[in-house]
Design a protein around this ligand. Sequence first.
Ligand SMILES: *Cc1c(COP(=O)(O)O)cnc(C)c1O
Length: 372
Amino acid sequence: MIPVFDPYLGEEELNNVGDCVKRGVISGMMRGDYIGEFEKLASAGCETRHGVTTTSGTTALALAVASLGLGPSDEVLVPAITNIATAFAVVYSGAKPVFLDSENVTWNLDPDRIRERITPRTRAIIPVHIYGHPVDMDPVMTIAQEFGLYVIEDAAEAQGAEYRGRKVGGIGHVGCLSFYINKVITTGEGGMLVTNDEQIAERARFLKNLGYSSRDKFTHTDLAYNFRMTNLQAAVGVAQMHRIEEVIERKRRVAAMYTERLRNIPGLQLPVEQPWVKNVYWMYTIILRDDMPDRQHVRDYLADEGIETRNFFHPLHKQPVFLKMNIVSETDSLPVSENLGRRGFYLPSSPLLDEPTIDLICEKLRKALNSG
Ligand SMILES: *Cc1c(COP(=O)(O)O)cnc(C)c1O
């Protein structure tokens, strides 16, 4: 089986973990020396001054929402095409996610569709750099400033990507990263909040650590969380940060090889790289146009050939959980997101894929498309 993903790990990760174990420095708090180093490296990679490690991308987002003081009676704009975690992080706080449609070229939120969803309750927007392609941030920041909204960038799929020469995650007020196994870099599980705002960073450090205060440790003034990453995970993260440029180069090479082989198939819509961005091609995702065979047929064909694929995100305004919670209604319609959700899927996208394997995948895909 050619899996959709394999992580790129090596000696340095192994040595760092061994170092933690030998010294007994493994927790998320006591003398966790790799944690600070990892926060420094990854926040610098986003061109931000502060990094706060967490247990996952989901908890980094929840921590961002909590640190900005969002809660019941607030609305937060979230794209319909994203991992469910983006919206869950909002719902945990009691705030309501309001879903935005995508544009059809990069599949990111459509900046022209933001204003119509803003109400007097809107307090924040979470642009998600989907599949590694940066959101068009200039119009997002302009609208946010006009309406006094916080901008939380969900950069879980796009660590290292660039928008007009700036690293994603560092453009809004807060950025969130994920280090789940299939993300750009990994710590197994893990996440990070990055920001240039010292007050937000301080609030995040306080809230992620059960609200222990420095002066009187066991007196608590706020409802807080344990979102502490362990030193073991950070030890892997430090090693991963030393190879992130190589990982991104490999991912870009994989994408270029796919695009070269697939661009002449008229029924396929492929990932793009707008001239003003650097895409990190988190997963190589394709959309089957109208005249193509059914997606399930194509995916089944590839599975029979030993090629694993995975569906595009199911749009969040159609998720049963949000229907049940009355966050959305049956009649809500975001046509671009729904079309992508029905027709998109991604191909194996490991940074370790070699050219003969990509040749094979593309050849089988051609056959699958002609077999419908
Ligand atoms: C993976 C992902 C998350 C959640 O990160 P976890 O580390 O899995 O909790 C959030 N948002 C997006 C866009 C993601 O791809």
